[in-house]
Design a protein around this ligand. Sequence first.
Ligand code: ZN
Length: 232
Amino acid sequence: MTPRNIACVLAHPDDETFCVGGIIAKNASAGHRIDLFCATNGDAGKSAAVPVSSREELAEIRKRELAAAARILGIQSVETPGYPDGTLHTIDPAPLIDDIIAFLRRHTPAIVLAFGPDGGPPGHRDHRAMSRATTAAFFLSGLHRTSRLFYHSWQFPLPDPRLTVEPIPPTAGIDVRAWKATKRAAFEAHATQQLSAAAFETSFVDVERLAFAAGVPQPRAMIDELFEGLSS
Ligand SMILES: [Zn+2]
């Protein structure tokens, strides 16, 4: 097995657990290196159970929760540049794209995991903004010649009829059954986010799905591991 680098470029603390928690845990336990770029500190979010008096305090708490979840999932490094939570779509994207390019060039990942333009099942604006910025950064970094960019995808329709956003059809289905307990433990580390328990259950699937977006083509329309067909 060749150890590879996997880079996750996401918007909020807990996106790593909801979207790709099983995939991260599985690949980390197989000896691959996982690095996370989390654009915001999640300081515009709600807090359940944990009393919080200010956005600054919530940012600090959520960074600690993210560090704990990252340890549980096996993520080696977490970068939190502190872009504005909830309003990523309103900022000048150029500095954000530059930061993502620098992150990608530093880690030279074989695989980049990002949001699709749909913004995931909730269609979150921050997720959609991160999809655009990450896609631009992937090409501008030059890594599109050697790496593969996947967007988060999911089973559709979802059991919750309010989640009507349709995903890009998946091209990778990763069996994460053996890592579901790890994923749940990572969610529990996000103590302020337990109001999202119902959404978490929606994400708590046996097979996590991804959609090929760019880079080195897949050898088949549906693969069951990330690196199939990538030269080492
Ligand atoms: Zn999010």
